[in-house]
Design a protein around this ligand. Structure first.
Ligand SMILES: [Zn+2]
Length: 717
């Protein structure tokens, strides 16, 4: 299943991994033919470019039955594998497993669009109903004894008589995945394992819904005399929201990051800042029916009980075994190396701010941090973000993406003829991706750029189809999704520097999808603390001269962004890193620590408080995501004990960027770019990430570049 979260912001953007590749075939097509005739979601993708999803014909009434048919077919596919009387081989077991569940895989793509791009209360009802059903379905496969016995036989045979490298890796990944998910347990333990997962799936849904409820229930309505400091654009937007909510003449600050953050940065009304801050950081922690503390305690206990069935001491040990970090200790070592520098920088930042706040007779509190940081920023760097925006037009940035992809990957992007590829909304545009030299077709790129009702916040990348060759050459259908504000017709979309970086970031995920050269679908899977590298590294091309001179041009004069402005942006990039790194790391450390303790009698609020005290968390700021609303970790398992992964990947990113900065051809050095594509993009998960990085860099990544990027001293470790 896709992982999706309610709160995703700028730099902390997620990549949606491909639906777990336990998936497909058509042998049992006859059984479901009648339903297929009436349910478009079940049908093979037809049309140009190797077949494309029928996004224009999606009907929500079909989704539940489509999922049910898809699951049934998938289970029938598995039956065919386990009932095979021949001895287990790579072909009759692993290859067959790679092919299983094709129909469900297609249905999941539509399901993903409904959940992320065009959601509705009607869909959320279905989602709530189907979450435990899908969980039970997954257990049926991951706990299938006959299936696992066959996989185990193939795995053990391959240990004695190795197959091709990529086949060896597929077997290993699949074997470990099953073993990690309870396939080797006895029947009694298996039943408990599945029951735990089912219970967890409901707790995850409840957790998310409680956050949503607190985001909807705690809106601050301002009167006209309480707007001091807010921008015209913000005043307009908040007036509209208030009137939509039936509070005509007022201004609504909704309880979400996109309103909390600018309000705390710009509002001169300190008491209101405190109120907005309190609402936001109390989500899921209000001691009422939407309080999440009890849910978290239950989740932690169930996770612990589940991994104990497999013989693991704690959830973190179990989770990290196939990550690049391998153990929680390795992840903690990195975080602990950066933490002292981060909190030391907070001290300096607070001192700078306090000097200004003294004039207002104010001692800096958490709801003052953003406000006074902004004042320091203006004083120190004189950087006007509105001026920067005038050089960042969405259309030109899109051209910049294509240029970078052309230089590094040798790709060409051509708009497909209007109407030739179905889309789920008229805003979505599609390009064909080809090899610049040979013209060979690689795939399609879907871009859904604008915010709208029913679309989740943040930015993300997905695939509708991934590359593989084992069952015929499959082209890639990849998408990027953002939440830019749609302009009036003919007006340019001007975006912030951060949003422009994020736009490149998501495109990095797309390039990672397009460049795949793997044979088997399983090898497309991501390693959670590694998949952010490919996206983060692409952000670095935004400030290269070639991009600036051609694409970062003023929307009126067409002149390239001046050197001085670029210099200011670069200089300001280490600004407020104490705040940014500390709020992130506090959450990442908490995520790891809370999964390493015994949760038997845990009181979540107390644990959080005591842990932060032990860590010497500065009192002037809070965790980026406090535990009661940490959706990454408790609304599913995708990022549980994985939040550290952003920093883990950033170590590689910073180190790789320095390699480019030092190369003879800089960021457009042909040899280094070719090496990066060859070792860090095309293999996806067919090569151990640490080994791949070593091939690219000639050594392991060092923490030094990351510390330099953030303006921190380099620790001796
Ligand atoms: Zn990402």
């Amino acid at each position: 299943m896709n992982n999706y979260f309610n709160t995703v912001t700028l730099k902390f953007v997620l990549v949606f991994s491909v639906f777990i590749a336990i998936t497909s075939c058509n042998q049992n097509k006859g059984k479901t033919q009648d339903m297929q005739a009436t349910n478009i979601l079940l049908e093979e993708w037809t049309g140009p470019y190797g077949g494309v999803p029928a996004f224009d014909k999606m009907n929500i009434k079909n989704i539940k039955s489509a999922l049910e048919v898809g699951m049934k077919e998938n289970l029938a596919d598995i039956d065919l594998i386990t009932k095979n009387s021949k001895k287990p081989t790579f072909k009759n077991t692993i290859v067959a497993l790679e092919k299983a569940g094709k129909t469900l895989n297609r249905v999941q793509r539509y399901y993903g669009i409904w959940s992320a791009n065009v959601s509705s209360p009607e869909f959320r009802k279905i989602q709530k109903e189907m979450a435990p059903v899908l969980s039970e379905f997954r257990s049926k496969i991951s706990q299938n004894k006959e299936l696992f016995n066959r996989i185990k036989t193939v795995y053990e045979n391959a240990q004695k008589n190795p197959l091709d490298d990529d086949q060896q890796r597929v077997i290993q990944i699949i074997y470990e995945r099953f073993a990690m998910n309870g396939a080797e347990l006895d029947d009694e333990k298996k039943a408990r394992y599945a029951a735990i997962n089912k219970e967890l799936s409901t707790l995850y849904t409840n957790f998310s819904n409680n956050i949503l409820a607190d985001e909807e229930n705690y809106v601050v309505y301002l009167t006209k005399d309480e707007l001091d400091g807010l921008s015209e654009a913000m005043i307009k937007a908040t007036a509209k929201i208030a009137s939509d909510k039936g509070h005509e003449g007022k201004y609504a600050i909704t309880n979400t990051r996109s309103y909390m953050d600018p309000f705390l940065t710009y509002s001169n009304e300190r008491a209101l800042r405190e109120k907005v801050w309190n609402n936001y950081y109390s989500r899921g922690d209000n001691g009422d029916e939407f309080d999440n503390n009890e849910n978290i305690a239950k989740i932690l206990k169930l996770r612990k009980e589940r991994v104990a069935l497999l013989g693991y001491d704690n959830y973190a040990d179990w989770r990290l075994q196939n990550r690049m970090a391998k153990t929680p200790e390795n992840a903690m070592r990195l975080m602990n190396a950066v933490w002292p520098a981060a909190i030391a920088r907070v001290k300096e930042e607070v001192a700078d701010m306090q000097a200004i706040a003294n004039k207002d007779n104010i001692t800096i509190k958490p709801w003052d941090y953003r406000f006074y940081a902004e004042k320091v920023r203006k004083q120190k760097y004189d950087l006007d973000s509105d001026e920067v925006k005038q050089y960042l037009q969405l259309d030109k940035l899109t051209q910049a993406l294509f240029f970078v992809a052309g230089e590094l990957f040798n790709y060409n992007f051509i708009p497909v003829p209007e109407g030739s590829v179905p889309v789920f909304h008229p805003d979505v545009k599609v390009w064909e991706v080809t090899n610049k030299t040979t013209g060979e077709h690689i795939g399609l790129w879907y871009l859904d750029p604008f915010a709208r009702k029913g679309k989740r916040s943040g930015a993300w990348a997905t695939t509708y189809r991934s590359h593989s060759t084992f069952d015929g050459n499959k082209n890639v259908l990849a998408s990027n999704n953002s939440n830019f504000v749609k302009p009036a017709p003919g007006e340019p979309v001007l975006v912030s520097w951060d949003d422009a970086s994020t736009f490149l970031h998501e495109f990095g995920h797309a390039l990672h999808f397009f460049s795949s050269e793997v044979k088997y679908p399983t090898l497309n899977g991501g390693v959670r603390d590694y998949t952010e590298f490919q996206s983060q590294v692409l952000e670095r091309w935004l400030s290269t001269d070639k991009v600036i001179n051609q694409f970062l041009v003023h929307y009126k004069t067409g002149k390239a962004m001046p050197k001085e402005l670029i210099e200011k942006i670069k200089k300001a990039s280490t600004f407020n890193q104490g705040f940014a790194t500390t709020e992130y790391l506090a959450s990442a450390l908490m995520d790891m620590k809370i999964h390493m303790v015994d949760p038997t009698n845990i009181d979540v609020d107390t644990f959080e408080k005591e842990t932060l005290t032990e860590m010497n968390m500065p009192k002037e700021l809070v965790m980026r995501h406090r535990t009661p609303h940490f959706g990454h970790v408790f609304s599913g398992e995708g990022y549980a004990t994985a939040y550290y992964g952003y920093m883990w990947a950033d170590v590689l990113t910073a180190d790789a960027a320095e390699a480019f900065a030092e190369a003879p051809g800089g960021f457009y050095d042909k040899d280094l770019a070719a090496k990066m594509v060859k070792y860090l993009f095309t293999p996806r998960n067919s090569m151990d990430p640490a080994e791949a990085y070593r091939k690219f860099r000639g050594r392991d990544a060092k923490i030094d570049a990351l510390m330099r990027d953030r303006g921190f001293p380099i620790p001796k470790i």
